[in-house]
Ligand binder design. Sequence first.
Ligand SMILES: Cc1ncc(C[n+]2csc(CCOP(=O)(O)OP(=O)(O)O)c2C)c(N)n1
Ligand SMILES: [Mg+2]
Length: 325
Amino acid sequence: MALLKERLLDLYYKMVLIREFEEVMDIYAKNGTIPGFVHLGIGQEASQAGIVDALKETDYKYPDHRGHGVSILCGTDRKLVMAEIFGKGTGINGGRGGSMHINDIKVRNMGFNGIQGSTTVTALGTAFASVYKGNKDVSVIFMGDGTLGEGACHESINMAATWKLPVLYCVINNQYAISTHYRESHPQKQLATWADGYGVPNEVVDGNDVEAVVEATERAVERARNGDGPTLIEYMTYRWQGHFAGDPAAYRPDEELQEWKNKCPVKRTKARLLDVHGFPEKILSDIEKKVVDEVQSMLKFCLESPEPDTKEALKHVYAGFGEEI
Ligand SMILES: Cc1ncc(C[n+]2csc(CCOP(=O)(O)OP(=O)(O)O)c2C)c(N)n1
Ligand SMILES: [Mg+2]
């Protein structure tokens, strides 16, 4: 079943936004303005935008190290997300976290901590809280193909399946974990079948087809909300850049990259909006222009923002007791 054309148009905006945001982050990471490692999601926009679109604001989102796209779509003021990546005092986390540790508990963006696989375990806590409190919020974990090899993932899925917790394991299979192709580090032909060992429903989805992403994710979310437990979805996609901004990615063939660029999720959605839904080109080019302006205005805010105040370095070192999330 296809999505309503207005929803697809909105998803187009979100995907173009991720692409533009990431391209600008690439420039400022490579020229040294952004401190620390930056992992870009260029090529993976359909998976990131489509999954978030299938969720409610109260669902617990666990982005991973490649999580800018998710973090700008969860409801946080986007310029504060960008400022966090720049390590500025105006960032959503006061510039303490940077690219890999963006979080905003108000919109239930639970953030990442740099340890692959760790969120598969911490997400069980929020999933259990949903059951305990009797609400229907789902805990959604974004993770890579390589991450699935972590022991923590086995412990997590074992417990989620046994307790029928409302968890969604979103395996974004972008083919590589740093320089290792997933076929060289996993015995399964498709990683989704990994969940079979735990009796957990799973499916493989074209991660560059935003409509397929939304539909599969909504099915899994529905199951979790109904008390039917976890699902694992493998979204097949590709990262166009190296593992981090600056990695030349010499380990993969040029033809392979080109083949995936031909399956560009943004261009595919655009073609559908033009050819199937009959939107005039002008509507789409206006969206593209609007996105450029939006990202430039965020960038201006970031570049003009102050560095964090060193006097505040010890603030937030200890969490408050009994704070609701
Ligand atoms: C426990 C742990 N081991 C190793 C690393 C180093 N590391 C960071 S990203 C990464 C590869 C992750 O690959 P994948 O899960 O496929 O995600 P992708 O980078 O492709 O999005 C590794 C090994 C880490 N951060 N944590
Ligand atoms: Mg990967």
